[in-house]
Design a protein around this ligand. Structure first.
Ligand code: GRG
Length: 280
């Protein structure tokens, strides 16, 4: 099992499911539904769904059981990308190799498409057809709400927008990475493991694994995107070499959290190595 084939399988599994649960572009309001689908398909690497499947397997269950979690985390991620690209935030024209949603559909529709994806992610997680006891569903809904809220994704984005180079060092930057990207990564793993029946001790370990690999993933993203010259980037304050070393150290710590889990955690290990050492 290598990360590329796991990601490819995860994509086809989650894409079929997403296609069923996200309203068709033919359904009214058609322009809104087309906008919701615009960035969702064909999508990106589908790393977060893959992490939900791998979390489920680490808990000893077949990956399919995590489908509602896998779809929900990708919907939240896609909403965050749509809003991040808006003129009032990063003002980007291109994402995932195509026009951003506000460029293709206008700003108001892009805001609404993001809003709808966020809301419907919770509908999918709470109500999808795969079997899981209601308490586990509820806990997964709570994990995802916490990751998406003002203490994590939205708050991290707020601090990122306000961040000025020179006003914060590596610690402040890692705190933003932690909230803006690692929290959703960690919630992807734990929501999948919850639907897979993971016990509290495993969930705690997986959460810490996800947080560490999530920060390392964001550092890798900054290394890939060096020409953007982001203010909130560890590469800017530490230089590329030390930033890469920090990402590797975080990866090793994260992998240590999976010790003793044997073969069933192999997909998580492979995905973590991919996320930190990738070139895309
Ligand atoms: C607007 C609430 C709100 C949040 C925005 C997602 C985000 C926060 C900003 C986008 C820019 C960015 C660098 C975010 C950090 C997370 C990250 C590296 C996103 C890109 O994730 P990938 O590489 O993308 O998994 P694909 O397209 O492959 O899914």
């Amino acid at each position: 099992m290598d990360a590329d084939s796991y990601l490819a399988e995860s994509s086809s599994l989650v894409d079929r499911y997403l296609d069923q649960v996200v309203p068709p572009a033919s359904e009214s309001p058609a322009r809104l539904h087309a906008a919701m689908r615009h960035l969702l398909f064909p999508g990106g690497k589908r790393l977060r769904p893959a992490l939900a499947f791998a979390g489920c397997e680490a808990a000893g269950s077949p990956a399919e059981r995590a489908l509602p979690a896998a779809a929900a985390v990708e919907m939240v991620h896609t909403y965050s990308l749509i809003h991040d690209d808006l003129p009032c935030m990063d003002d980007d024209d291109e994402r995932r190799g195509r026009a951003t949603v506000h460029v293709a559909f206008g700003e108001a529709v892009a805001v609404l498409a993001g809003d709808a994806l966020l809301a419907q992610a919770f509908e999918v997680l709470a109500g999808g057809p795969a079997p899981a006891d209601p308490e586990r569903r509820l806990a997964a809904v709570r994990d995802l709400s916490i990751a998406a809220g003002s203490r994590n994704l939205v708050g991290g984005q707020a601090d990122d927008l306000a961040f000025r180079a020179g006003e914060g060092g590596a610690g402040a930057i890692e705190s933003i990475h932690q909230r803006k990207s690692a929290a959703l990564i960690a919630a992807s793993v734990t929501a999948g493991a919850r639907l897979g029946g993971g016990d509290p001790a495993l969930l705690e370990r997986l959460h810490r694994f996800g947080e560490g690999m999530g920060v390392a993933f964001q550092i890798a993203d900054d290394l890939l995107d060096r020409e953007k010259e982001e203010a909130c980037s560890l590469v800017r304050v530490l230089g590329a070499e030390r930033a890469r070393a920090r990402a590797e150290a975080l990866l090793e710590e994260a992998l240590a959290r999976l010790e003793d889990l044997g073969e069933r955690a192999e997909p998580l290990r492979e995905l973590a190595r991919f996320a930190v050492r990738r070139n895309r």
